[in-house]
Design a protein around this ligand. Structure first.
Ligand code: CTP
Length: 422
């Protein structure tokens, strides 16, 4: 889809290059886009919002507290229904921040939301593009580098600044990319249909809990971060995501349908009901292998050693493998000690999976419950990819890449795919 008719939220921050954003907005408008400018307070010191209003034909906004209907611009995207930062963010097809100062990059990377632009960033689920501009020393600073790396991991597209004379009198890297280049990237981002568009994907995440008595549970240390990252990544890439959530230590991602299932039985029920109608099922949840055979309705009292008899839970993947429906990619996760790869391969075969993500609980610098981990992707087709220590978000992106590749070619009849698989 072209730029024409698309809604672009243009964030302007307090860099001298803000005047060049007027040209970006003019070019976007000429290509048929509908732009809404959102400025920071510092930006309003450098450039008058009226300039953006003249070019966009919409009231420029910068005040988070302009939330009453009278004061709110009547022509902001989807006005009046929700708080303004949600309105403008949720109705945009793309959020462009240009120029992006070192300060806004830091705030976006850290999730600081103290004005209209930053709250809109957190409320946006559309693609986000930032075009930084700053002094070359600020650009090269380790802090800026770190913030950019984090934003990239969060899926933000960065348009690197150019080399040249800078407003501060120095020469170096830091000039805002040209308006033509910015518009070209916006066009590319809008043209790119998510590679998972039109796919329905079920992702499970988190841990299950099996009650022993009204107070105690049998559970494990999974935080759900991997599954949440994977579900969010699939949703951002256009998939319709059914998110089956066990107990999570983090919030579920935006843009997915959440089904809560905190016991192995509830998760089996949800996955077996929803899974067969999906193109892919990605079982990132750490499902307990055992549950207490009996549940004590009364709190168990301390009285010396006790025995709790456990019975195995249903194996969700194995059951699903036997009735695949339209599923073309059935993926499992294996958290293994010892020799993870061999065990992962064995597990993939035993559970009749197409893909298995193998990792270890005790990676130096990462692992279960931590921000980072390492993984090996193994495919039934012989595919093998080693992913060294990386954030769970970037591992999720690699898994989604593989799932997207396995779901190609499009339109293939699932029966054909299944028969070829045998
Ligand atoms: N899994 C499942 N149902 C279960 C247990 C696990 O579907 N009752 C899924 C997990 O979501 C994961 C994969 O199977 O994707 C591997 O989980 P794991 O606990 O490592 O497998 P087990 O079959 O329990 O093997 P092990 O004997 O090593 O515990």
């Amino acid at each position: 889809m072209a730029i024409e008719g698309r809604k672009i939220l243009v964030g302007v921050t307090g860099g001298v290059a803000a005047y060049k954003t007027l040209e970006v907005v003019r070019l976007l408008g000429a290509a048929g886009a509908r732009c809404q400018a959102v400025l920071t307070r510092s930006a309003t010191e450098l450039i008058r919002p009226e300039s953006f209003e003249a070019l966009t034909g919409r009231r420029a906004v910068w005040d988070l507290w302009t939330s009453d209907r009278e004061a709110r611009p009547s022509d902001a995207f989807a006005p009046e229904t929700k708080p303004i930062h949600i309105d403008i963010a949720q109705s945009a097809d793309l959020f462009l921040v240009a120029p992006a100062t070192a300060n806004i990059l830091a705030k976006m990377a850290a999730g600081i939301a103290d004005d209209l632009l930053t709250t809109a960033y957190l409320a946006a689920t559309c693609p986000v593009v930032v075009a930084p501009a700053m002094n070359s020393f600020m650009w090269a600073h380790k802090t800026t580098e770190r913030n950019l790396a984090r934003l990239r991991e969060d899926g933000v597209r960065i348009i690197d600044p150019e080399e040249g004379d800078l407003a501060c009198g120095y020469r170096g890297k830091g000039r805002l990319a040209s308006p033509e280049r910015i518009v070209a990237v916006v066009r590319e981002m809008l043209d790119r249909p998510g590679d998972l568009a039109g796919r329905r994907i079920l992702v499970t995440a988190g841990r299950t809990e099996e009650a022993i008595d009204p107070i105690r549970v049998l559970t494990n240390r999974s935080s759900g971060k991997m599954g949440v990252a994977l579900a969010g990544e699939c949703a951002r890439r256009g998939a319709e995501v059914v998110f089956v959530a066990g107990v999570l230590s983090v919030a579920p991602p935006a843009g997915v349908r959440v089904i809560e299932a905190t016991t192995a039985r509830a998760m089996a029920e949800a996955v077996l009901r929803e899974g067969p109608a999906c193109d892919a099922v990605l079982m990132a949840a750490a499902v307990g292998d055992y549950r207490p055979r009996e549940f004590s309705g009364e709190k168990m009292k301390r009285s010396g050693p006790i025995r709790i008899e456990l019975e195995p839970t249903e194996d969700i993947l194995e059951t699903l493998a036997a009735r695949r429906g339209s599923i073309r990619v059935l993926a499992g996760f294996a958290l293994e000690t010892g020799s993870p790869e061999a065990r992962g391969l064995e597990k993939m075969k035993r559970k009749k999976l197409d893909l298995i993500v193998v990792n270890r609980p005790d990676v130096p610098g990462g692992g279960i419950g931590r921000e980072k981990t390492e993984a090996i992707l193994l495919g039934r087709d012989g595919y093998r990819e080693e992913i060294p220590l990386a954030s769970k978000a970037s591992i999720a992106a690699r898994i989604a890449d593989r799932v997207a590749a396995m779901l190609e070619p499009r339109g293939e009849d699932s029966a054909q795919a299944n028969s070829r698989r045998e």
